[in-house]
Design a protein around this ligand. Structure first.
Ligand code: PEP
Ligand code: MG
Length: 324
């Protein structure tokens, strides 16, 4: 069975009835890029840049650009989607967080920190644009709660691009802009945000926590943390619908994406891309190749009147067990 999975990894990621769904890799370190290239992943769907940042919070633009460039070169002509710093919440930086926050997950985190620390943000954006001279990249912003934040970040990005060009740096190849959809307000206004970006990426680890008011790290409420809660599925559906209308693609990069028992729901909801850790790529691809998108859509229809996350999970799990 391991051998069969190994074989699957370079096969097309298409459902039985012909719907293509890209499987991409989540990464945290440049050192993972070689394995990712060999894993069968189409692209790097999420590069969490905060880990590199935490290695050296004082790291210069040159140091960042070197590291990002190494990653881009290994994956090119594939795309690396870099997520700008998502410091805060569970990823605390002592230097930035001068005072303890009573509710870190509702506090100064992600794009809020970046927009509040313009110099630091510009250093990262300039380094990313420099790396983009070596291959296609995406830049996506975490913890977006409204379209204004995306506009403000894009203005800074433009400023960086103009500076680099005036300084004589080689022009970037393709740079796509994305927004993480991981706060309910972003999902509910996805139609407005869609006009500013090339793609969405659903961060369901946070979307579940913020939608259900269940701390993703708190063991006491772990049984209430339900990715198949109808509220979560409705927010995903809204996001996909907004993306369709705007003609942009939607990826999912939260842990939920690696759970092959909920994959029928994700395919039924119409996601274009699924990004998971490298070790999961073959398993997810194998599962996609065993499913019919039309049958997945029919379980989404069947779920419409179900209020209980367990019942919805049950329907999806039954299909998963039947098909793979
Ligand atoms: C998410 O929130 O689902 C996500 C992918 O990002 P992180 O887990 O880093 O918050
Ligand atoms: Mg997140």
């Amino acid at each position: 069975r391991e051998d069969a999975l190994h074989e699957t990894r370079h096969q097309p990621s298409v459902t039985l009835d012909g719907m293509a769904i890209q499987v991409c890799a989540n990464a945290e370190f440049v050192e993972e890029m070689g394995d990712i290239r060999d894993s069968g992943a189409a692209n790097v769907g999420l590069f969490r840049t905060e880990f590199l940042y935490l290695e050296d919070p004082e790291g210069t633009e040159d140091w960042l650009a070197d590291n990002y460039t190494r990653a881009v070169k290994i994956i090119a002509p594939g795309q690396v989607i870099f997520r700008t710093l998502d410091i805060g919440g569970d990823k605390v930086d002592e230097q930035l967080a001068s005072e303890q926050e009573p509710n870190p997950f509702l506090g100064w985190r992600g794009i809020r920190v970046s927009l509040g620390r313009r110099d630091m943000f510009k250093r990262q954006l300039r380094a990313l644009l420099r790396a983009a001279a070596q291959g296609p990249i995406g830049i996506m912003f975490p913890m977006v709660s409204d379209v204004g934040e995306v506009r403000a970040a894009k203005e800074l990005l433009d400023e960086c691009a103009n500076e680099l060009s005036a300084e004589g740096y080689p022009p970037p190849q393709q740079v796509e802009i994305g927004a993480m959809i991981e706060i309910p307000s972003a999902a509910l206004t996805a139609d407005l945000i869609a006009t500013e970006v090339d793609f969405f990426s659903l961060g369901t680890n946070d979307l579940v926590q913020y939608t259900l008011a269940v701390d993703r790290l708190n063991e006491r409420v772990a049984d209430l943390y339900s990715p198949t809660h109808p509220a979560v599925l409705r927010l995903i559906a809204l996001t996909v619908e907004a993306a369709r209308r705007a003609g942009i693609r939607v990826c999912i990069c939260g842990e939920m994406a690696a759970d092959v028992e909920v994959l029928p729901l994700l395919i039924g909801l119409g996601l274009d891309e699924i990004s998971v850790s490298t070790g999961q790529i073959a398993r997810v691809k194998h599962a996609i190749r065993k499913l019919n998108a039309s049958e997945c859509r029919s379980i989404i229809d069947a779920c419409r009147h179900l209020g209980c996350p367990k019942e919805i999970l049950g329907l999806s799990r039954d299909m998963a067990h039947e098909m793979y």
